[in-house]
Design a protein around this ligand. Structure first.
Ligand code: PAF
Length: 283
């Protein structure tokens, strides 16, 4: 059987095609973890789950310019392929795919944009115009190239996950979408590649995010949603971050709620210095 003792790096869609053919010859399953690099333990938890559930795992590393709505944010996005590969050391049957922009977005790539509906217009969609359209384009092109059995996404990007489910259905991909829980540091800070850009002080300041999310959750059925949001917004303003949005929404439709339900998700986006952070809590 085809096996790989250490992480292998491939760069082109042609190499990916050859790898895929080998898997098919031996009827081996493939798990896929798409990333933009700057890997951390949150990514590792997705990769390890994929390694447990599949014969092979492909991790893509590509900083997708189409999903950044600020050129400054794109320029500052951390990139370090050597450290990323180092973090994956010791994993067997793991392949890293780091394509060029030209390879991932060939001219006439056949991509036909889809209408994301209201899910694409709220929360991140409202504050980062074009972001999800860029995510859909890259994930579409990756899914088509990779042809995985399963793909793994973190719940920290809850709205992205909902959109990935939509796109999988819309374009008829046979890849099963697996949602994985948010991985947090012991402090409660959700792991994110963007955390690398926080100073020690900002890491402490950023804990206001999880504090506010937990505060809202503790208010469920004790106050109205509106009262819980007002109180939490006031708590948030006593800290150092700048709030972009704080909303309690239905986990399926992402429509804002006025009454508590059995399950809801509170989503937040805030700026900590020059770093934009998002997080959520399902309760
Ligand atoms: O979540 C991410 O890191 C990115 O949005 C993704 C899914 C890799 C697409 O570029």
């Amino acid at each position: 059987m085809f096996r790989m003792a250490k992480v292998t790096l491939i760069h082109t869609s042609q190499e990916l095609q050859q790898f895929h053919e080998k898997l098919q010859e031996d009827s081996l399953s493939l798990g896929f973890v798409p990333t933009m690099g700057a890997l951390h333990h949150g990514h590792l938890s997705l990769i390890e789950k994929s390694c447990e559930e599949n014969d092979f795992t492909l991790v893509s590393i590509f900083v997708n310019p189409k999903q950044f709505n600020s050129s400054e944010d794109l320029a500052k996005y951390p990139r370090d392929l050597a450290s990323d590969i180092h973090l994956l050391d010791g994993l067997q049957n793991c392949v890293v795919f780091a394509p060029s922009e030209a390879d991932l977005y060939p001219a006439n790539d056949g991509f036909i944009p889809m209408d994301l509906g209201s899910i694409g217009r709220v929360l991140e969609g409202a504050f980062r115009p074009g972001h999800f359209e860029g995510v859909v384009h890259v994930v579409h092109n990756l899914f088509r190239l990779v042809g995985a059995n399963r793909a793994y996404f973190g719940q920290k990007d809850f709205q992205q996950l909902a959109i990935i489910r939509l796109l999988t259905k819309h374009y008829g991909f046979q890849t099963e979408i697996i949602a994985c829980p948010t991985v947090r540091e012991t402090s409660g800070l959700a792991m994110s590649s963007r955390n690398m850009r926080l100073s020690e002080q900002e890491r402490k300041d950023a804990l206001m995010i999880i504090e506010v999310l937990r505060h809202i959750a503790s208010m469920k059925n004790k106050q109205t949603v509106q009262e819980a949001l007002s109180e939490s917004t006031a708590l948030f303003s006593s800290g150092k971050l700048t709030l972009e949005y704080l909303a309690v929404v239905d986990p399926e439709t992402l429509i804002e709620l006025t009454d508590w339900q059995e399950n809801q998700i509170c989503c937040i986006a805030a700026h900590c210095g020059s770093v934009r952070l998002i997080d959520n809590l399902l309760f």
